[in-house]
Structure formats: C-alpha cells, structure tokens
Design a binder for this molecule. Sequence first.
Ligand code: EPU
Length: 335
Amino acid sequence: MLHNKKELSLKSYNTFGIDVKAKSLVLLKDPKELSNIENLQDCMFLGGGSNVLFTNDLSKTVIVNQTKGIDTLHQDNDYIELEIASGEEWHSLVLHCVNLGYGGIENMSLIPGSVGAAPMQNIGAYGAEIRNVLTFVKAIHLDTLEEHKFTNEECQFGYRESIFKKEAKGKYFIKSIGLKLSKRNYQVNTSYGDITAILEKKNIEHPSIKDVSDAVIEIRQSKLPDPKELGNAGSFFKNPVILKTHFDTLKAKFPEIKSYPIDDDHVKVPAGWLIESLGWKGKRIGNTGSHKKQALVLVNYGNVQGGEVKKLSEDIKQSVWDTYHIKLETEVNII
Ligand code: EPU
C-alpha cells in the first residue's frame, strides 16, 4: 500500500530543516510500489535528505525512500557480501557491521544520509570511500521500471562523483547496494591524523574496527554539528582540485595554505581552510552562517529560508574567487 501523506511540509525530511512544501508526498516502503506512481520521471526522490538545500516549494511529488533490509549474499571465513536496501540509514548500517565485526566502512561512521545516497556521491571520510568496498548498485530505470545492476566500475566513481550525478542522473531509483566486508585480517585505516591522535591518547596500539569507529564518532561529534540540534547538510562545498602551478603561486603569497597531493599536476586544497582564512568561520548572517568548528558546514540557526543559505554560499564562493582565483563547487544539491 502506498502511503500518501496529507501533511506536505518537507521540514522533517531534510537535515537542514528547511520548511518547504511538496506537491504531494509518498513514503515508499517497497520498491514494487513504484509502478503505482504516475510520472515517476517528474518525481523527486529523497533518502535521508542530508545533501539537499531546498530554496522553494516544489511543484513535484516527493518520494521518501523508507525501504529496509540487510541480506547476506555470500560469506566465507574472510569475507561477507551484504545487499542493503537503499532506504536504510547509513550510520545504522555502519554500527550493525561494526558490532558484527565486519570491517571496511568503520571510517565512514556517523555520515548522515541513506544507503542509497551513499554511492551517488561516493561518500568518504577519514581516508575511506565507499567505492573501496562497493560491489554493485541495483537501480530501477524510471521509464521502463527495469532493474539494472551496475558494477563498481560502471558506477564511474571519483571524488564525491559517480555516474548517478552525471549521465544516469535523474534516470534511476537506487534500490540496493552490495558491500564486500572483511571478517578477519582487517586492514584498519588509521592514517588520518585525527584518528592516530585519538588512538594514541587512548593508548590503543592494535585498534579493532570498533576502536576506529569510536574514534571517528568522537572526531565528528567534536567538529561537525549534529543536524538534530543545528540543521546542516555536512560539507556544503567540495574540496577544490587545482593545478599545481596555481598552487605554487598561491603558496608564495599565502605560505600557510594547505594541500593534499592528487597527481603530478594537481593538488587538492581544503575548502575549510580557504573559507576560514577569509574570516567566514563562525560568522552568523541572519539565521545562517558558517559553523564555528568547521567552516565548510553552513548551518540553520532556526527557521532559515533556503535562499538565505544559498546567498551566503554565493558570497563565500565569490570571496574565495576574489582572493585565490579558485572556483568552489557545492557538494550539496540546491533545489
Ligand atoms: N580546515 C580549516 N578550517 C576549517 C576546516 C578545515 O583550516 O574550518 C583545514 C583543517 O585544518 C585541515 C583541512 O582543512 O587541515 C581538512 O579538514 P578536515 O579534516 O576537517 O576535513 P575536510 O577536508 O574539511 C572532508 C570531507 C568531510 C569529511 C572530512 C574527514 C569534503 C568536502 N569534506 O572535510 O566530509 O568528514 O574530510 O575525512 O571532502 C561531508 O562530505 O559532508 C563531510 C563532512
């Protein structure tokens, strides 16, 4: 049975907590119900609503993905492959796997959002990305309702990128994903500076996946605002990749600027550093602002309009461009 909601506010379905209305709202419990919905191509799908900024009421039907289920496909002594319904909450899945001793996604603890949204932007944190453990994405084509299984390679993963943000954008409903996780001989990834520091502080020499997950949770809770307390959508901007020649010019002028190597010709610059250096960090403008502990995150101090956040993001972009000649791209989808 399709569950059509009469209350059309999307406030509780986006982590920014923006109060806009949908034309109609469907809570999807089973992918089979898609065949009962008219003009699927014109609908908007929402998972955890953790990567959108609504700037207006929508003249569309919004389908909130609430499909659930975690199934074991194969396992041996070393590995287990799971198939997870797209409507599951990502962090609940991480905790489920950490508690059962399945390693591979612990560094991505506490990332807000749904399982189905995770491959779309190839979520990543603290040295791990979903592409490293993902085996497939099952997606339903919105025109034909046929199912297509994308291999990892077919997903065309890049930094916060996949085919679902490019040529497949808007064409599919992601139904489930496959993950291959380790049951023993874990390769825990503690190379990220903050994680190393926490483990050292706790005198943990041989960290378990639970130790790593706990460390990530501690770091994220200390730096990133909890959307339940302060509306936000995580990093609002991507970390820009620029030419090394450009970076060298900037470094001469701004010796403090940071970078991570990408290849011989390119480096990645932390957008948080750029934004902080221009005085935006912790600055409040009306009901929005850049967060005091992580400049990349824009927040809702209460009843903010999406347009105000968008305006702030444009002002930040402009100031980064004026000083550094770097074009910031938004990671959040502005609708
Ligand atoms: N930095 C600043 N000021 C700030 C924030 C960061 O100077 O306000 C500097 C830090 O000192 C550090 C560097 O920027 O040298 C990197 O900072 P951090 O480790 O906090 O990570 P990030 O690059 O700002 C990315 C992801 C986060 C992810 C963290 C940890 C993007 C756009 N963001 O942030 O992802 O949690 O790394 O791996 O890649 C998200 O996508 O929603 C998200 C939160």
